[in-house]
Design a protein around this ligand. Structure first.
Ligand code: SF4
Ligand code: SF4
Ligand code: FES
Length: 251
């Protein structure tokens, strides 16, 4: 059976610089991409992020995990003759000939501050912090912009109906890249609205799992005190060993 790579291995692999160790004679096919309007010939098959590094860009922003999890590498592109504006993650999307690329390293967006424990479990809470929800015109642009393929408009509609559970499930894979919000004509910040809905459901709507309750009681009674003290005294090497040997639940 093929060994499943850990997330850390995948991240380390993606982090190998493509600008080193590549002999240009070995590269069989090339494509032309445009970064901020400037043309670059890059090897076909690279991700947008790797291709930009090949072209000489160094990422100090707009790049994080390089593995599709952190949402930092939001990128939009268009191809000549194609009106459509594509929104993708640069670390997860391969270059194509004729891509005109623009990085969106950060999308400034409003985020409400609240104390989830004090909020009422009702739709009014969402509207209190994000009244712009009412302005959604159902244009579906947010869904078309989402590189995670989420049904963003649907979860916004569920938020308007106060179905916190549905929003929580439908937005679960959101990586907070902000690409939906930068294109919304009603100026919604979808991912922050969804985050509030998930927190509301998590704190007020979701039944506390029995196993978690039992474990918390054990912790409060001091069952793990000795283990905890041992961990605090352990060296980095010992911690690494313990981490590598930890018992994990089956997937
Ligand atoms: S882009 Fe904005 S207005 Fe359009 S469907 Fe999404 S939330 Fe509604
Ligand atoms: S819902 Fe918005 S913020 Fe979340 S992954 Fe999709 S486009 Fe990015
Ligand atoms: S760098 Fe983290 S999702 Fe692309």
């Amino acid at each position: 059976m093929k060994e499943k790579k850990s997330i850390m291995d995948r991240i380390a692999e993606s982090n190998k610089a493509v600008t080193t160790g590549v002999d240009e004679k070995d590269i069989k096919s090339w494509v032309t991409i445009y970064v901020m309007g400037k043309a670059y010939k890059v090897p076909a098959g690279l991700t947008i992020m790797q291709a930009m590094e090949f072209a000489g860009y160094r990422f100090i922003r707009s790049c994080g995990c390089r593995a599709g999890f952190c949402g930092a590498c939001g990128t939009i592109y268009r191809k000549i003759g194609d009106y459509k504006l594509h929104a993708v993650m640069a670390c997860q999307t391969r270059v194509e000939d004729g891509m005109y690329l623009v990085q969106i390293p950060f999308a400034p967006a409003y985020k409400a501050t609240y104390d989830i424990q004090k909020e009422k479990y009702e739709v009014g809470t969402l509207f209190k912090y994000y009244p712009e929800l009412a302005r959604c015109v159902s244009c579906n642009t947010c869904t078309k912009s989402c590189p995670q393929g989420l049904e963003v408009m649907d979860y916004i509609q569920d938020a308007i109906k106060g179905d916190f559970e549905k929003v929580a499930h439908e937005s679960f894979d959101c990586i907070q890249c902000g690409l939906c919000a930068v294109r919304c004509p009603a100026e919604l910040v979808h991912y922050n609205i969804a985050q509030l809905a998930r927190r509301m459901f998590g704190y007020h709507g979701n039944k506390e799992p029995e196993l978690l309750t039992a474990r918390l009681e054990e912790i409060e009674k001091g069952k793990y005190k000795k283990d905890w003290e041992k961990l605090l005294k352990a060296s980095i090497e010992e911690l690494k060993k313990l981490y590598a040997e930890r018992v994990r639940e089956a997937d």
